[in-house]
Ligand binder design. Structure first.
Ligand code: DC
Length: 214
């Protein structure tokens, strides 16, 4: 089987997961949403009621199974795709994903999951940390106004100003943490999607993939 890896990174609300999912469906790639994996660990840790900031409480990582498969995130075999989008989880995931013990475990799983076949993986550190040998690396950005507006459309009844503040807070935490922060790989292509539709972004990236695969 042919191997081809695509790494998509970018800040919250830049469209990474939506775009990666659609590209995977069109090109028959596997898609792995690494943010969903960090969210699943966060959900599990919250359910255990532990002090989330203390690495010593994360021994449970050796016993849980976190698997992203067919657009679903499975935690110990149970589909938690809906629960991981809860605002409580969203507000804690930056803290949990900043811990070295959590990142080591997730990065290991992600590398194994992408070792064979046609894979598109999205996250914050994929291009320079998880898949430094990816065949194509894209760093997606969009203005904060545009990202907040996209989230607002996805979450009926949400407050636009609050969404904007939450995104800025999360971007800051994700970009300034010690362990593998949100960062563009030197050899990633920077794509500002502020004035592009989802379909335009998808077509553009698909063209790049097909060019490089041939
Ligand atoms: O893409 P998302 O919003 O679902 O990601 C949730 C959080 O997970 C995000 O705030 C930072 C963290 N994350 C990370 O640290 N590294 C990744 N590769 C993916 C996500």
């Amino acid at each position: 089987m042919k191997n081809f890896k695509v790494a998509i990174d970018g800040p919250a609300g830049s469209g990474k997961s939506t775009i990666s999912k659609k590209i995977a469906a069109q090109l028959n790639f596997s898609h792995i949403d690494t943010g969903a994996m960090y969210r699943a660990v966060t959900l599990h840790a919250m359910n255990l009621g532990i002090d989330l900031s203390d690495e010593k409480n994360y021994d449970f990582l050796d016993e849980i199974e976190v698997l992203y498969l067919n657009n679903k995130i499975l935690l110990n075999g149970i589909d938690v795709s809906k629960e991981i989008r809860d605002p409580e989880v969203t507000s804690k995931v930056s803290l949990v994903s900043s811990l070295k013990i959590v990142r080591d475990k997730m990065v290991d799983l992600q590398k194994k999951a992408a070792s064979q076949g046609l894979v598109i993986m999205d996250g914050r550190d994929i291009g320079y940390n998880v898949l430094p040998d990816a065949d194509l690396k894209i760093f997606l950005t969009a203005s904060i106004e545009c990202r907040a507006l996209r989230r607002h459309k996805e979450l009926p009844g949400s407050n636009l100003q609050e969404l904007k503040e939450d995104l800025l807070k999360r971007d800051y935490a994700d970009s300034n943490r010690k362990e593998s922060p949100l960062k563009k790989a030197d050899d990633a292509l920077l794509l500002d999607t502020t004035n592009m539709t989802i379909d335009e972004v998808i077509s553009y990236i698909i063209c790049l993939i097909l060019e490089r695969m041939n």
